[in-house]
Design a protein around this ligand. Structure first.
Ligand code: SIN
Ligand code: FE2
Length: 209
Protein backbone atom coordinates (compact mmCIF):
# COMPACT_ATOMS: atom_id res chain seq x y z
CA UNK A 1 0.00 0.00 0.00
CA UNK A 2 1.36 3.38 -0.97
CA UNK A 3 -0.20 6.00 1.31
CA UNK A 4 0.68 6.43 4.91
CA UNK A 5 -2.79 7.33 6.18
CA UNK A 6 -4.44 4.44 4.42
CA UNK A 7 -5.24 1.16 6.14
CA UNK A 8 -6.66 -1.62 3.99
CA UNK A 9 -10.25 -2.45 4.97
CA UNK A 10 -10.97 -5.55 6.99
CA UNK A 11 -11.86 -8.44 4.70
CA UNK A 12 -9.56 -7.32 1.87
CA UNK A 13 -7.30 -10.23 0.99
CA UNK A 14 -4.71 -10.56 -1.75
CA UNK A 15 -3.48 -14.05 -2.57
CA UNK A 16 -0.37 -13.43 -4.69
CA UNK A 17 0.40 -16.15 -7.23
CA UNK A 18 -2.55 -18.27 -6.08
CA UNK A 19 -2.89 -19.73 -9.59
CA UNK A 20 0.09 -21.58 -11.06
CA UNK A 21 1.20 -20.73 -14.61
CA UNK A 22 -0.40 -24.02 -15.70
CA UNK A 23 -3.71 -23.11 -14.03
CA UNK A 24 -3.55 -19.64 -15.61
CA UNK A 25 -3.09 -21.10 -19.11
CA UNK A 26 -5.96 -23.53 -18.54
CA UNK A 27 -8.19 -20.62 -17.46
CA UNK A 28 -7.25 -18.64 -20.56
CA UNK A 29 -8.26 -21.64 -22.70
CA UNK A 30 -11.60 -21.65 -20.87
CA UNK A 31 -12.02 -17.92 -21.46
CA UNK A 32 -11.34 -18.40 -25.18
CA UNK A 33 -14.01 -21.11 -25.36
CA UNK A 34 -16.46 -18.88 -23.47
CA UNK A 35 -15.68 -15.97 -25.77
CA UNK A 36 -16.30 -18.12 -28.86
CA UNK A 37 -19.85 -18.75 -27.59
CA UNK A 38 -20.50 -15.46 -25.77
CA UNK A 39 -18.52 -12.79 -27.67
CA UNK A 40 -17.00 -9.78 -25.95
CA UNK A 41 -19.32 -6.82 -26.24
CA UNK A 42 -18.89 -3.09 -25.65
CA UNK A 43 -20.64 -2.02 -22.43
CA UNK A 44 -21.81 1.59 -21.96
CA UNK A 45 -22.47 3.81 -18.96
CA UNK A 46 -26.08 4.31 -17.86
CA UNK A 47 -27.75 7.51 -19.17
CA UNK A 48 -24.70 9.01 -20.94
CA UNK A 49 -24.01 5.94 -23.07
CA UNK A 50 -20.27 6.59 -22.76
CA UNK A 51 -18.48 3.35 -23.65
CA UNK A 52 -16.45 1.72 -20.88
CA UNK A 53 -12.76 1.29 -21.71
CA UNK A 54 -13.02 -2.48 -21.19
CA UNK A 55 -14.97 -5.03 -23.21
CA UNK A 56 -16.97 -7.68 -21.38
CA UNK A 57 -18.63 -11.03 -21.42
CA UNK A 58 -19.80 -13.42 -18.68
CA UNK A 59 -20.18 -17.04 -17.75
CA UNK A 60 -22.44 -18.72 -15.21
CA UNK A 61 -26.23 -18.56 -14.74
CA UNK A 62 -26.22 -14.73 -14.57
CA UNK A 63 -24.14 -12.06 -16.24
CA UNK A 64 -23.50 -8.44 -15.26
CA UNK A 65 -24.33 -6.04 -18.09
CA UNK A 66 -24.70 -2.30 -18.59
CA UNK A 67 -26.06 -0.10 -21.36
CA UNK A 68 -27.32 3.46 -21.88
CA UNK A 69 -31.03 2.83 -21.46
CA UNK A 70 -31.25 0.15 -18.78
CA UNK A 71 -28.06 0.63 -16.77
CA UNK A 72 -26.30 -1.82 -14.46
CA UNK A 73 -28.03 -5.16 -13.93
CA UNK A 74 -27.79 -8.93 -14.08
CA UNK A 75 -29.21 -10.81 -17.05
CA UNK A 76 -29.62 -14.47 -17.94
CA UNK A 77 -29.00 -13.82 -21.63
CA UNK A 78 -26.14 -12.26 -23.62
CA UNK A 79 -27.24 -8.77 -24.74
CA UNK A 80 -26.08 -9.29 -28.34
CA UNK A 81 -26.62 -13.00 -29.09
CA UNK A 82 -29.67 -13.47 -26.83
CA UNK A 83 -28.23 -16.82 -25.72
CA UNK A 84 -27.68 -17.99 -22.12
CA UNK A 85 -24.16 -17.39 -20.78
CA UNK A 86 -21.83 -20.42 -21.02
CA UNK A 87 -21.40 -22.44 -17.82
CA UNK A 88 -18.77 -21.46 -15.30
CA UNK A 89 -15.57 -23.53 -15.61
CA UNK A 90 -15.08 -26.02 -12.77
CA UNK A 91 -11.74 -24.35 -11.92
CA UNK A 92 -13.61 -21.15 -10.98
CA UNK A 93 -16.16 -23.02 -8.88
CA UNK A 94 -13.25 -24.74 -7.11
CA UNK A 95 -11.47 -21.41 -6.58
CA UNK A 96 -14.60 -19.91 -5.03
CA UNK A 97 -14.95 -22.86 -2.70
CA UNK A 98 -11.30 -22.63 -1.69
CA UNK A 99 -11.15 -18.91 -0.93
CA UNK A 100 -14.62 -17.36 -0.46
CA UNK A 101 -15.75 -19.03 2.76
CA UNK A 102 -19.30 -18.74 1.37
CA UNK A 103 -21.55 -21.82 1.46
CA UNK A 104 -23.34 -21.27 -1.86
CA UNK A 105 -21.68 -21.26 -5.31
CA UNK A 106 -21.12 -18.08 -7.33
CA UNK A 107 -23.86 -17.19 -9.82
CA UNK A 108 -22.01 -14.81 -12.10
CA UNK A 109 -18.52 -14.49 -13.49
CA UNK A 110 -17.89 -11.17 -15.19
CA UNK A 111 -15.02 -11.26 -17.67
CA UNK A 112 -13.39 -7.85 -18.22
CA UNK A 113 -10.84 -7.46 -20.99
CA UNK A 114 -8.45 -4.53 -20.49
CA UNK A 115 -6.34 -3.28 -23.41
CA UNK A 116 -3.30 -0.99 -23.12
CA UNK A 117 -5.13 2.18 -22.02
CA UNK A 118 -8.16 0.63 -20.29
CA UNK A 119 -8.96 1.49 -16.71
CA UNK A 120 -11.82 1.06 -14.23
CA UNK A 121 -12.97 4.05 -12.18
CA UNK A 122 -13.52 3.77 -8.42
CA UNK A 123 -16.83 2.01 -7.71
CA UNK A 124 -18.56 -0.27 -5.24
CA UNK A 125 -19.99 -3.59 -6.45
CA UNK A 126 -23.59 -2.88 -5.48
CA UNK A 127 -25.93 -4.58 -7.96
CA UNK A 128 -26.19 -7.82 -6.00
CA UNK A 129 -28.94 -8.65 -3.49
CA UNK A 130 -26.41 -10.93 -1.77
CA UNK A 131 -24.54 -7.96 -0.31
CA UNK A 132 -22.70 -10.05 2.28
CA UNK A 133 -21.31 -12.71 -0.06
CA UNK A 134 -17.67 -12.04 -0.93
CA UNK A 135 -16.42 -11.03 -4.36
CA UNK A 136 -13.51 -13.09 -5.65
CA UNK A 137 -11.44 -11.84 -8.56
CA UNK A 138 -8.65 -13.29 -10.67
CA UNK A 139 -6.00 -11.35 -12.62
CA UNK A 140 -4.58 -12.81 -15.87
CA UNK A 141 -2.08 -11.33 -18.33
CA UNK A 142 -0.47 -7.92 -17.92
CA UNK A 143 -0.19 -6.51 -14.38
CA UNK A 144 -2.50 -3.75 -13.16
CA UNK A 145 -2.45 -1.05 -10.51
CA UNK A 146 -5.45 -1.85 -8.31
CA UNK A 147 -6.84 0.81 -5.98
CA UNK A 148 -8.89 0.20 -2.85
CA UNK A 149 -10.48 2.74 -0.52
CA UNK A 150 -13.36 2.86 1.91
CA UNK A 151 -17.16 2.94 1.93
CA UNK A 152 -17.18 6.64 0.98
CA UNK A 153 -15.74 7.80 -2.31
CA UNK A 154 -13.68 10.47 -0.50
CA UNK A 155 -12.10 7.98 1.92
CA UNK A 156 -8.31 7.59 1.64
CA UNK A 157 -7.18 4.98 -0.86
CA UNK A 158 -4.12 2.82 -1.37
CA UNK A 159 -2.93 0.90 -4.37
CA UNK A 160 -1.02 -2.24 -5.19
CA UNK A 161 0.15 -4.01 -8.29
CA UNK A 162 -1.76 -7.15 -9.22
CA UNK A 163 0.03 -9.70 -11.39
CA UNK A 164 -1.16 -12.65 -13.42
CA UNK A 165 -2.36 -15.45 -11.15
CA UNK A 166 -3.12 -13.17 -8.20
CA UNK A 167 -6.51 -13.59 -6.54
CA UNK A 168 -8.30 -10.82 -4.60
CA UNK A 169 -11.11 -11.39 -2.11
CA UNK A 170 -13.43 -8.59 -1.00
CA UNK A 171 -15.25 -9.92 2.04
CA UNK A 172 -16.83 -8.42 5.15
CA UNK A 173 -16.44 -4.61 5.34
CA UNK A 174 -14.20 -4.62 2.23
CA UNK A 175 -17.15 -5.87 0.20
CA UNK A 176 -18.67 -2.37 0.41
CA UNK A 177 -15.49 -0.48 -0.29
CA UNK A 178 -14.60 1.53 -3.38
CA UNK A 179 -12.07 -0.03 -5.71
CA UNK A 180 -10.87 0.33 -9.27
CA UNK A 181 -8.00 -0.12 -11.68
CA UNK A 182 -5.78 2.93 -12.35
CA UNK A 183 -3.93 1.40 -15.27
CA UNK A 184 -2.41 -1.71 -16.68
CA UNK A 185 1.28 -2.25 -17.49
CA UNK A 186 1.02 -3.24 -21.15
CA UNK A 187 3.30 -5.83 -22.63
CA UNK A 188 4.65 -7.31 -19.41
CA UNK A 189 3.01 -10.71 -19.92
CA UNK A 190 2.72 -13.09 -22.86
CA UNK A 191 0.01 -15.25 -21.29
CA UNK A 192 -2.91 -13.91 -23.32
CA UNK A 193 -3.54 -14.88 -26.94
CA UNK A 194 -2.00 -12.39 -29.36
CA UNK A 195 -5.38 -10.93 -30.31
CA UNK A 196 -5.80 -9.67 -26.73
CA UNK A 197 -2.22 -8.37 -26.25
CA UNK A 198 -1.20 -6.16 -24.75
CA UNK A 199 -3.95 -6.78 -22.28
CA UNK A 200 -5.29 -8.04 -19.01
CA UNK A 201 -8.26 -10.21 -18.18
CA UNK A 202 -10.05 -9.94 -14.86
CA UNK A 203 -12.57 -12.56 -13.80
CA UNK A 204 -14.95 -11.44 -11.07
CA UNK A 205 -17.00 -14.11 -9.30
CA UNK A 206 -20.13 -13.02 -7.46
CA UNK A 207 -23.14 -14.37 -5.67
CA UNK A 208 -26.15 -12.34 -6.85
CA UNK A 209 -29.12 -13.43 -4.70
C1 SIN B 1 -13.75 -4.61 -10.96
O1 SIN B 1 -13.76 -4.29 -9.80
O2 SIN B 1 -14.79 -4.53 -11.62
C2 SIN B 1 -12.50 -5.08 -11.66
C3 SIN B 1 -11.33 -5.22 -10.78
C4 SIN B 1 -10.10 -5.68 -11.53
O3 SIN B 1 -10.08 -5.59 -12.77
O4 SIN B 1 -9.14 -6.12 -10.90
FE1 FE2 C 1 -15.72 -4.07 -8.85
Amino acid sequence: MTRARFTAPEGFRVLPGWLSPHAQRALIDSVRAIEADAPLYQPAMPRTGTPLSVTMTNCGPLGWVTDKDRGYRYERLHPVTGRPWPPMPQALLDLWEAVSGWPQPPQACLINVYRDTSRMGLHVDADEDARDAPVVSVSLGDPARFRIGGPQRRDPTGSLKLSSGDVVVLAGPARRCHHGVDRIYPGASTLLPEAWRPGRINLTLRRVN
